[in-house]
Write a protein that binds this ligand. Structure first.
Ligand code: DQA
Length: 151
């Protein structure tokens, strides 16, 4: 058996990380986050596929591909968290653990960011830990997938 594989999916505007509202999202770019994730994955024995799209349909198509291809999903759906029933439905169609990540503490921000369509489907939610949240999510995912393997 190969290493467990995890799709790390990023939603709209996260391609602007580092230049977009740095007071909220920090100075690291999405490439920095990808490298952080690759480093963590190497240490945890996970294979990762790190992707970002601004398009809802693209994120959904990738989730459909992931149904049979990956063992778990770490997702920062960005603004689609608060709006997209379609992404929540795509995640529900996958019988694999999902961990939701937000760089900022969404609960400290505008009320429209307090609701997530994804949270009821998520195994775990990590908010307000900055880009370290992705590493924490991968660590938790490794634990969940190791438990599965032991069964
Ligand atoms: C975000 C929080 C969302 O409310 C926002 O729309 C984003 C990023 C975060 O990582 O903090 O684009 O998901």
């Amino acid at each position: 058996m190969g290493m467990p594989s995890v799709l790390v999916l990023n939603g709209p505007n996260l391609n602007l990380l580092g230049t977009r509202e740095p007071a909220i999202y920090g100075a690291e770019t999405l490439d920095d986050v990808a490298n952080l994730c690759r480093e963590a994955a190497g240490r945890l024995g996970l294979e990762i596929d790190f992707r970002q799209s601004n398009a809802e349909h693209q994120l959904i198509d990738w989730l459909h591909e992931a149904r049979t291809r990956v063992d778990g999903i770490v997702i920062n759906p960005a603004a689609y968290t608060h709006t997209s029933v379609a992404i929540a439905d795509a995640l529900s169609a996958i019988a694999k653990p999902v961990i939701e990540v937000h760089i900022s503490n969404v609960h400290k921000r505008e009320a429209f960011r307090h609701h997530s369509f994804v949270s009821p489907i998520a195994e775990a939610i990590i908010v307000g830990c900055g880009t370290q949240g992705y590493v924490l999510a991968l660590e938790r995912m490794a634990t969940l997938l190791a438990k599965k393997e032991a069964k």
